[in-house]
Design a protein around this ligand. Structure first.
Ligand SMILES: Nc1ncnc2c1ncn2[C@@H]1O[C@H](COP(=O)(O)OP(=O)(O)O)[C@@H](O)[C@H]1O
Ligand SMILES: [Mg+2]
Length: 249
């Protein structure tokens, strides 16, 4: 039964763990954890976690507070190295890169969305969206920033500073910023934790739609509203990743 469900979801098997995608050329995956373990001292936060996202995959990562959701996102984004196994981003084994190369790869291929939005208060919405493009030396930033703000229906607020925007508006700007360098992976960590229900629904709908554009979208959230948008779900419990098979059928 589990195998049938996994097959239906396009999953293969890897050491008994379902992963979402067939591991062919590593380049075909936006990101991948292979047998990832992460320890802080004695505490094993992640234990043998394998997960791969192809362009177009969206996955909801659940698990109670402290279960390691943020840690897994950080490993996949190349922010934290795993203590066991390997993490791959855009076809590259992150362990083979130095800190500068990892940061460059992350700037190019990962868009991060945070619970607290993390916009720069002294920059307008448009300047916040432009910033990641400037960091990688991309041209045409202003026009692209305005296009991205339109994508999240925030073009009317392009010249506004974060201080004058609501939580839902801030998160939409943050999503536009995450898209700045056309990343393969969007990783959102509790993106609706500080939003009202209407804003949360809008943010989840936007994130889910990004997968339809061909991005890999990984959303860590314990917000029940997320269930409406992400049929593929997994959860961390005691360091292990388990798939919600009901959701995949
Ligand atoms: N830098 C760190 N040093 C020590 N322990 C950490 C560190 N980061 C996270 N942890 C611990 O790892 C566990 C998982 O944290 P986290 O990934 O933030 O969980 P979640 O996002 O699911 O709430 C927690 O017990 C947390 O205290
Ligand atoms: Mg967290």
């Amino acid at each position: 039964m589990r195998a049938a469900v996994a097959a239906a979801a396009g999953a293969t098997w890897n050491d008994g763990e379902p992963i979402l995608t067939r591991v062919t050329a590593p380049g075909a995956l936006a990101c991948e954890a292979r047998g990832v373990g992460k320890r802080y001292g004695e505490r094993a936060v992640l234990d043998g976690v394998s997960l791969g996202l192809r362009p177009g995959d969206s996955v909801l990562l659940r698990g109670r507070s402290g279960s390691g959701k943020s840690t897994l996102l950080h490993v996949l984004a190349g922010i934290e190295p795993p203590t066991e196994g390997s993490a791959w981003l855009a076809g590259q084994d992150l362990a083979t890169l130095d800190a500068t190369a990892r940061a460059r790869l992350r700037a190019r291929h990962v868009g991060l969305v945070f619970q607290h939005f993390n916009l720069i208060p002294d920059l307008t919405a448009e300047e916040n969206v432009r910033l990641p493009m400037e960091l990688v030396g991309a041209k045409g930033g202003k026009e692209r920033a305005l296009d991205l703000l339109q994508r999240v229906e925030m073009e009317a607020h392009a010249r506004d500073f974060p201080g004058s925007l609501s939580g839902g508006e801030l998160q939409r700007v943050a999503i536009a910023r995450a898209l700045a360098n056309d990343p393969r992976l969007i990783a959102a960590d509790e993106p609706t934790a500080n939003l009202d229900e209407a804003s949360a629904l809008r943010v989840f709908a936007l994130l889910a739609a990004l997968a339809a554009d061909g991005r890999a979208v990984l959303v860590a959230s314990h917000d029940p509203l997320a269930l409406r948008f992400f049929p593929r779900r997994c959860a961390l419990h005691e360091g292990r990743l388990a798939w919600d098979s009901r959701a995949q059928s």
